[in-house]
Design a protein around this ligand. Structure first.
Ligand SMILES: [Zn+2]
Length: 190
């Protein structure tokens, strides 16, 4: 066995199933939070959450109001908000990398530390670890090891993910193929 100094990110089968299904079944980009546990030098993704969001084919941002709403529900359920240290999002059909917007989102998280995960429909994933206290530093990349092959896109879990995606994501379609500018705002459909 090779000895790898890089910490790894693993996932429970349930967390992996939701992460995969949300990314795979969403029309475009999608994102949310996840809870995790630290085990020695490794990290375990324990539960994946989808938040209310607006999505276009080119961008995905976490809405602060939706995050607050989610946190209230999460606290009410008796769960430990200290475990919510993962931000995940998808680049849909694009490659996975850390965009300027992603770095800005990460910088705005604060707290003690954050694990960020970006994935795409092709099944590629990147993960990184950032610390904010005692000082701001990007610790580095994490190797992501899913617990098994991608879950089935038919069946009860997939149906549930589809229903959640329909409920949580407000899809904004672009009205033209031009780059977005201040005078080319998306036209809301429906
Ligand atoms: Zn991104």
């Amino acid at each position: 066995m090779l000895i790898d100094e890089r910490p790894s990110l693993r996932a429970t089968p349930a967390a992996w199933e939701k992460l995969w299904l949300y990314i795979s079944l969403a029309e475009g980009e999608v994102g949310g939070l996840a809870s995790m546990e630290a085990t020695d030098s490794d990290f375990l993704l324990t539960e994946t959450f989808l938040l209310d969001q607006s999505a276009t084919d080119v961008t995905n941002e976490l809405d602060p109001a939706a995050v607050s709403r989610f946190l209230m529900e999460y606290l009410d359920s008796g769960a430990d908000p200290g475990a919510l240290k993962v931000w995940w999002h998808s680049h849909a059909r694009e490659s996975v990398f850390w965009s300027d917007d992603d770095v800005r989102t990460i910088n705005n998280f604060g707290g003690e530390m954050l694990i960020s995960v970006v994935g795409n429909k092709a099944g590629k994933f990147l993960a990184r670890l950032d610390r904010f206290e005692p000082s701001r530093q990007t610790i580095g990349w994490l190797d992501f090891y899913p617990p098994g092959p991608p879950p089935s896109e038919s069946g009860p879990a997939a149906d549930e993910a589809r229903a959640e995606l329909r409920q949580r994501i407000h899809v904004i379609h672009r009205s033209t193929n031009k780059p977005w500018t201040d005078c080319d705002l998306p036209r809301r459909k429906g």
